[in-house]
Write a protein that binds this ligand. Structure first.
Ligand code: 5GP
Length: 126
C-alpha cells in the first residue's frame, strides 16, 4: 500500500519507538530529539535522528516546528556526529522526502552515515 505523506500516521515505526512500544538502541536523547542506530545499517555508522514532534518529512518539520525545535534539532545532529567521532573523518547526512526519494518511514528523520568511503551521492541508474 502506498505511504500517505499528507497525514501523520500515529502507527508509523518511529512513532512506536517514541512511545516505547518498540525498542531502539539510543545514542542521544533530549526533550525534543531522539537518535538511535538504524536496524539495517548501510554503513559502519548508521544513526537516525528524529524530532519527537509529529512531522512527516522535512517540509512538514520546517513548516510547522518552532524555531527552537528546528535549531535544537540541527544542533543535536552536530553534537551526535561529534559524539560518534565522525566529524573530522567525514560523514553523510541524508533526509528522504516522499515517494521519489524512497522515504519508507513517514516521520521526519536524518540519517548519519559514516565509517567507510560512502561512494557516489546517489546510486547509478540500473
Ligand atoms: P527512509 O527510507 O524512510 O529514509 O529510512 C528509514 C530507515 O528506518 C531505514 O534505513 C530502515 O532500516 C530504518 N528502520 C525501519 N524500521 C526500523 C526499526 O524498527 N528500528 C530502527 N532502528 N530502524 C528502522
Amino acid at each position: 500500500m502506498a505511504i500517505d505523506f499528507q497525514t501523520y500516521d500515529d502507527d508509523n515505526i518511529f512513532a512506536k519507538i517514541l512511545r516505547g512500544d518498540l525498542p531502539n538502541k539510543t545514542v542521544y536523547e533530549d526533550d525534543n530529539v531522539l537518535a538511535f542506530h538504524d536496524i539495517a545499517p548501510q554503513a559502519p555508522v548508521h544513526v537516525l535522528v528524529i524530532p519527537k514532534g509529529k512531522y512527516i518529512a522535512h517540509d512538514d518539520f520546517h513548516a510547522k516546528a518552532t524555531d527552537a525545535e528546528i535549531v535544537g534539532f540541527w544542533r543535536a545532529v552536530a553534537t551526535i556526529c561529534d559524539d560518534l567521532g565522525v566529524t573530522a573523518e567525514g560523514h553523510r547526512l541524508i533526509a528522504n522526502q516522499g515517494a521519489a526519494s524512497g522515504q519508507l518511514v513517514p516521520h521526519f528523520h536524518v540519517h548519519i552515515m559514516a565509517g567507510k568511503p560512502l561512494g557516489p551521492l546517489i546510486a547509478p541508474d540500473s
